[in-house]
Design a protein. Structure first.
Length: 312
């Protein structure tokens, strides 16, 4: 084999390996983003660096104000873990300084960029020595302590439906077989409280139970009128927004693509991912966004989907 051909083949093989590793990492990240809060907290303290890295990354993506869990990771022995924790702290600092962004309705544009307060970033820099890591952790801790003294405007929480709450608690606390029976009954019984009950229960479920509940909710909503589903796209509950986006895809409601695409800006990563899947199904095209897309890339994807027209 000529030397040049051997070099090209070797480079192609290495590129394929890198792409495969990236795909595996993105799959693991999707799993971390979908994990229950208990699972996520456990992974933040996992002996495996990759688990700590993914959990720290997911905390920022999910907008969880777990700064007290992230700050110790700034002194982690693994540089990737430190940078993942730093990234999430930067995201959370931005949300803390701009509560109107956190309170913005899903799919609605936030304040103009020039009116936003820049995020804070106290490091540590990549490859920082132990002293630099300690300083970064100390600076972040001091800043968050100062923020705790400031009363910031909070988005009002919608009042929970008491009957849906009761039904959700039954589902969460049931044993495996009973849980399957209840989920089947909730999915098939008429009444809005059963829709809401499944949505309320999902964050407290994990593994297959969570997957089955999400599938049941999407299937339940797929039988609703499109006008109802479009209202659900703006629901205060992320699981209902997620299920509505998927249900419109299941109904092949191509005329709703422009409205569905707005949820690519949803603050909940699971909603964004479900919306992306629904849009691929509705259009037959994939304009993104990638799992680690920037806000600008998400905006670009929305423009492409909203410009899409059915092929004749």
């Amino acid at each position: 084999m000529p030397n040049e051909l051997g070099r090209v083949l070797r480079e192609q093989f290495e590129q394929q390996q890198r792409q495969l590793q990236q795909q595996q990492l993105l799959a693991l990240l999707r799993t971390a983003i979908d994990a229950s809060e208990d699972e996520l907290r456990a992974d933040l303290k996992s002996p495996a660096a990759v688990n700590r890295f993914l959990a720290a990354y997911a905390v920022g993506e999910r907008r969880l104000f777990w700064q007290d869990d992230l700050i110790p990771l700034l002194k982690d022995n693994d540089d990737a873990v430190r940078q993942s924790a730093r990234r999430s702290l930067v995201i959370l600092s931005f949300l803390k300084l701009n509560p109107e962004v956190a309170a913005a309705a899903p799919g609605k544009p936030g304040p103009p960029a020039e009116k936003l307060t820049p995020a804070r970033d106290f490091g540590p820099r990549p490859g920082a020595a132990a002293e630099g890591r300690k300083k970064a952790a100390k600076d972040w801790a001091r800043w968050w302590e100062e923020q705790g003294r400031v009363v910031l405007k909070q988005a009002p929480r919608p009042e929970r439906d008491k009957e849906a709450d009761r039904l959700a608690n039954q589902l969460v606390k049931a044993t495996d077989e009973r849980q399957k029976e209840l989920l089947k009954r909730y999915a098939e019984t008429s009444g809005p409280e059963y829709t809401v009950a499944i949505a309320y229960a999902i964050p407290s479920l994990s593994g297959n139970a969570r997957k089955e509940a999400r599938e049941a909710l999407a299937k339940r909503l797929s039988g609703r009128k499109e006008a109802t589903l479009l209202r659900y796209l703006e629901d205060s509950d992320a699981e209902i927004r997620r299920a509505a986006a998927l249900a419109l895809g299941m109904r092949d409601a191509q005329e709703t693509v422009a409205e569905v695409a707005k949820l690519l800006l949803d603050p909940n990563p699971s909603v964004v991912r479900a919306t992306h899947a629904s849009l691929r199904s509705l259009t037959g095209d994939d304009y993104g966004p990638a799992a680690n897309a920037t806000e600008e890339e998400k905006q670009e994807a929305i423009k492409k989907y909203q410009a899409w027209r059915p092929r004749k």
